[in-house]
Design a protein around this ligand. Structure first.
Ligand code: MG
Length: 237
């Protein structure tokens, strides 16, 4: 079975699981066609991170100004310029973000890859799953390498989509983890993660152990595809 499916059989097992990181045999999420993205404008007390006009408050992860493009009300990944992140450090919050993968997915194995990193560490995957399949824990809406989404709510290539995220950052007592991070996520209005607790910061072919941190930037991933973003805001909670 695994020969036909992407994934790895030499990666670590996930905690209390029969599945490995990127396990080819882990069931893929069932597809549910959403009615469309949620396009909610920012409420009155929201902090707007991108309003369609400028990249104020964002920086390149490698230092300096972000190399991404702002045009026609959109923030567009400029492939090769690296991830960008906010100068704001987000604590517990409710976050809204809209995104679209390229209308022409091309011939890449995993087209439209990007991601939303909560607290600069925990990736909520963006991928054009209307045009590809991947191991379950790499699906759009996965906590990458750890928790597949409950359903595949992906819209077609090029369509605007939404993530609504309720984020609780992890708590530490000195160097000791007291409570893990926790996310509830709606993708195009459908619940795909519910009080999901990452095992630690996300990475390819594994996962990291928790290390103490407080409120931290929101990071967006440059994974070599011109994924577009708009209407990014959050409310502390
Ligand atoms: Mg990604």
């Amino acid at each position: 079975m695994s020969e036909d499916r992407p994934g790895f059989t030499d990666t670590p097992f996930l905690p209390d699981s029969d599945y490995r990181v990127h396990d080819p045999d882990r069931p893929h999420p069932p597809t549910v066609m959403p009615a469309g993205p949620v396009t909610q404008p920012p409420p009155g007390d929201a902090t707007v991170l991108f309003d369609g006009t400028k990249l104020t408050g964002w920086e390149a992860v490698d230092g300096g100004d972000p190399g991404w493009t702002v045009a026609d009300g959109e923030l567009i990944v400029e492939p090769g310029t690296g991830d960008i992140r906010t100068s704001d450090r987000l604590g517990d919050c409710r976050l809204h973000i809209e995104w679209a993968t390229p209308a022409e997915p091309g011939d890449a194995e995993y087209p439209g890859n990007s991601g939303v990193f909560l607290a600069d560490r925990y990736e909520l995957q963006i991928l054009d799953c209307s045009a590809t399949t991947i191991y379950a824990d790499g699906w759009v809406g996965a906590i990458y390498g750890q928790h597949p989404p409950a359903v595949d709510a992906c819209l077609p290539s090029g369509a605007w989509q939404s993530f609504d995220i309720i984020w609780r950052r992890p708590r530490f007592d000195g160097d000791t983890l007291v409570t893990p991070a926790r996310l509830t996520v709606l993708h195009n209005g459908l619940v795909i993660q519910e009080a999901t607790e990452p095992f630690g910061p996300t990475t390819y072919r594994g996962y990291h152990d928790y290390e103490p941190h407080g409120p931290a930037p929101l990071r967006l991933q440059d994974h070599e595809f011109p994924v577009r973003f708009r209407n990014i805001w959050y409310r502390p909670r």
